[in-house]
Design a protein around this ligand. Structure first.
Ligand code: ATP
Length: 214
C-alpha cells in the first residue's frame, strides 16, 4: 500500500497557501506536519482527504492489489470538530459512522462495544453525546477511527482537549495502527511519540513571494 502526493498546491479564496508539496507514505509510516498558524496544515490534510480540490497536483492511493483507488476512500479524517450529533447517543453516533464509512478492503472495524472499550469508556455509550465532557467527546470521535477500517488516518490536532492519560492512549492507538500496516498524516503540536515519522514543515508564503507570483 502506498499514499503518494505529487506536486500539490492549494488555494483558499484567492490565496495560494502552498505549492510543490510531495510526499510518499508506505505501510507503517507517518507524516507529521508542522508550521505556524495559518500556514496551511489543515488545508493540506483536507486536500488529501478529498474535501478540497487541489489547485494542481494529485494524491493517489495504491491498494494492496496494486490497483489505484481515490485516496479519499482509504482515509479516515479526524478534524477539529468531532463530527457527532449532540442529541443522539454515543452508540447511535458510532453506529451511523460504522454504516456510513464501511470497511476499506483488507481490514475490518471493531464493534462499537469493542471500540468503546479500547478508549476506556465502555460504560457510557447509552448517553446522549452532548452530555459528555469535551475530553470524553474527543475520545469517542477517536473511536470512529476504530469502528470502520481505513488504512490512512488523517488527524488534525487530534489530542486537543485530552488529558495526559488520554493523550498517551491515543498515541498507543496510532502506534498500533502503524504497526498493523496503516499510515497516518497528522498536524499536531503534541509529539505523538511515533517511529517511522517523516516531517514536513509548512512554510507559507512571505508577502514579497506572493507579489512575485502575482
Ligand atoms: N474556508 C476558508 N475560506 C477562505 N480562507 C480560508 C478558509 N479556511 C482557511 N482559510 C485560510 O487559509 C489559511 C490556512 O488555514 P489552515 O487552517 O489550513 O492553516 P493551519 O496551518 O492549519 O493553521 P492552524 O495552525 O491555526 O490550525 C489561513 O490564512 C486561513 O485564514
Amino acid at each position: 500500500m502506498r499514499l503518494k502526493a505529487e506536486n500539490l498546491s492549494a488555494k483558499r479564496g484567492e490565496d495560494l497557501l502552498f505549492r510543490h508539496i510531495n510526499f510518499c507514505l508506505n505501510k507503517g509510516e507517518a507524516l507529521v506536519l508542522t508550521g505556524r498558524n495559518g500556514s496551511g496544515k489543515s488545508t493540506l490534510l483536507r486536500v488529501v482527504a478529498g474535501f478540497i480540490r487541489p489547485e494542481s497536483g494529485r494524491v493517489t492511493f495504491q491498494a494492496q492489489d496494486g490497483e489505484s483507488r481515490p485516496a479519499r476512500e482509504a482515509c479516515h479524517y479526524l478534524g477539529h470538530r468531532n463530527g457527532m450529533k449532540a442529541e443522539l447517543s454515543v452508540y447511535e453516533n458510532l453506529h451511523f459512522w460504522k454504516d456510513f464509512l464501511g470497511d476499506f478492503e483488507g481490514g475490518k472495524g471493531l464493534s462499537i462495544e469493542e471500540a468503546a472499550d479500547v478508549i476506556g469508556l465502555s460504560s457510557i455509550t447509552h448517553l446522549p453525546y452532548g452530555y459528555l465532557s469535551a475530553g470524553q467527546q474527543r475520545r469517542f470521535a477517536m473511536a470512529r477511527l476504530l469502528v470502520a477500517y481505513r488504512p490512512v488516518w488523517i488527524l488534525d490536532e487530534p489530542t486537543a482537549a485530552l488529558d495526559a492519560k488520554a493523550e498517551a492512549m491515543f498515541s498507543d492507538l496510532v502506534r498500533a495502527h502503524l504497526k498493523a500496516g496503516g499510515m497516518a498524516l497528522a498536524a499536531t503540536h503534541q509529539p505523538l511519540g511515533l517511529d517511522n515519522v517523516q516531517h514536513l514543515e509548512m512554510r507559507g508564503f512571505e508577502f514579497d513571494e506572493l507579489e512575485e507570483m502575482a
